[in-house]
Write a protein that binds this ligand. Structure first.
Ligand SMILES: Cc1cc2nc3c(=O)[nH]c(=O)nc-3n(C[C@H](O)[C@H](O)[C@H](O)COP(=O)(O)OP(=O)(O)OC[C@H]3O[C@@H](n4cnc5c(N)ncnc54)[C@H](O)[C@@H]3O)c2cc1C
Length: 372
């Protein structure tokens, strides 16, 4: 059976590897001039490993995923820790009661947290955040950060992204509580190159002859696949600026959130994330921008309208006996890397049975997988 994978991001490469291991005849086409999608590592002119699409920390609790990725690279033991600037003072992120005790208006903030409802208000992003953190903290940093990040009022967003991402703890913790964390020691490009070392790949193209393949796994945007016939699915993108050898406030933090900055949302220090021992450095500043043809679709914007629109495209693609949507673009879902691999692994039985199933069952099975 001939399988074409469109897109050499983490999801495409994972499925290419899994299907090749099961003796399918697999090939890949990638529309960009490099593999990896957003998981892309380069070396800067001043000799620093960095990621042009934002720093990525791999993390998982799942031994199956850990064992899978370790076949293709060693990982450094970087544990992701973040800071956040609030009113000019660098604090630990996520904010916890331990940090709040040291802040202005701490009594009011802690009282609001004490009085929060037992069950968070899931009406929208804003009601959820206020019901978790109280009004004062929400106004202090969550509102600014979210408005800048998503380009829409937080009340227009559903809770799909924010739920399970931030919660109030008693003491300071790491961002991810997974025991396996780190970055591939030579970067994501090398890691993915090893993953697909024996699989034919063509870069700079998205053209294909449908009749030549039995299955096509599509990790691009579904609205583009269907020539936007129901409308445009919105994504948020980022623009990146770099500063060399700039002072970095605290070596414990690989990244620092900037909720009150007029332009940037966060900054990243690649020396810390890649544990590079050099006296030079490269700091990346990230500015959220509207997605258009000049940049990459990065974050699905979870408004009710976008979620409903995506569902129409999903129903449409399930009518195809050949084309199966995969990955964060094809499935319009923000996926951490561990989740992207896990979803790819869990989708494999559906992919292998796709032709035998009715459009309704395909849709139902995909929705079931997307719930996790
Ligand atoms: C700024 C940012 C930071 C992140 N940080 C982390 C982190 O720290 N930890 C973490 O676990 N996750 C992180 N993630 C999530 C991570 O990037 C995703 O898990 C990962 O990129 C998912 O891979 P994918 O293959 O599904 O999608 P992608 O990486 O987008 O790959 C899709 C590929 O398909 C190609 N393509 C699209 N359309 C076509 C077409 N028609 N024909 C051919 N090719 C096509 C694209 O060019 C791309 O190469 C971050 C995401 C962002 C946006």
């Amino acid at each position: 059976m001939r399988v074409l994978i469109l897109g050499a991001g983490l999801t495409g490469c994972t499925l290419a590897r899994l299907m090749k291991n099961k003796n399918y005849v697999v090939s890949i086409k990638e529309k960009q001039n490099h593999i990896g999608g957003l998981c892309y590592t380069k070396t800067s002119p001043n000799g620093i490993l960095y990621e042009p699409y934002g720093g990525h920390t791999f993390h998982t609790k799942d031994t199956r995923i850990k064992n899978f990725v370790l076949q293709f690279s060693d990982f450094n033991n970087y544990i992701h820790r973040k800071g956040i600037y609030i009113n000019g003072i660098l604090r630990h992120f996520p904010l916890s009661k331990e940090t709040i005790h040291k802040m202005e208006k701490s009594e009011q903030i802690l009282q609001e947290i004490e009085e929060r409802p037992e069950i968070p208000d899931l009406t929208n992003f804003e009601t959820y955040a206020i019901s978790q953190f109280g009004n004062t903290l929400y106004k202090l940093f969550i509102y600014n950060y979210s408005k800048k990040m998503w380009g829409v009022e937080p009340r227009e967003l559903t809770t799909k992204y924010i739920r399970n991402r931030i919660e109030m703890k008693d003491s300071n913790t790491q961002i991810f509580d997974d025991d396996f964390q780190g970055l591939p020691v030579k970067g994501y490009t090398e890691f993915l190159r090893n993953m697909i070392h024996d699989i034919p790949i063509e870069l700079n193209t998205s053209k294909y002859d449908e009749s030549f393949y039995n299955l096509i796994l599509f990790s691009g945007r579904l609205d583009a696949l269907f020539k936007f016939k129901f409308g445009i699915l919105q994504f948020r993108s980022l623009r990146f600026d770099y500063r060399e050898n700039e002072n970095w406030e605290n070596k414990n933090y690989g990244s620092i959130n900037l909720p009150q900055h007029t332009k940037y949302i966060r900054k990243i220090n690649f020396n810390i994330m890649y544990q590079q021992k050099t006296d030079r450095s490269l700091i990346q500043y990230q500015e959220p921008i509207t997605f258009d043809d000049r940049n990459l679709p990065m974050y699905p914007i979870y408004t009710k309208q976008n979620i409903e629109l995506f569902d129409r495209y999903l129903i449409e693609v399930c009518k195809s006996d050949k084309i199966i949507p995969i990955g964060r673009l094809g499935l319009y879902k923000y996926l951490e890397m561990g989740q992207a691999i896990s979803l790819a692994m869990n989708m494999l039985p559906l992919i292998e049975n796709w032709k035998k199933l009715s459009p309704k069952v395909r849709y139902f099975e995909l929705k079931k997988l997307l719930k996790n």
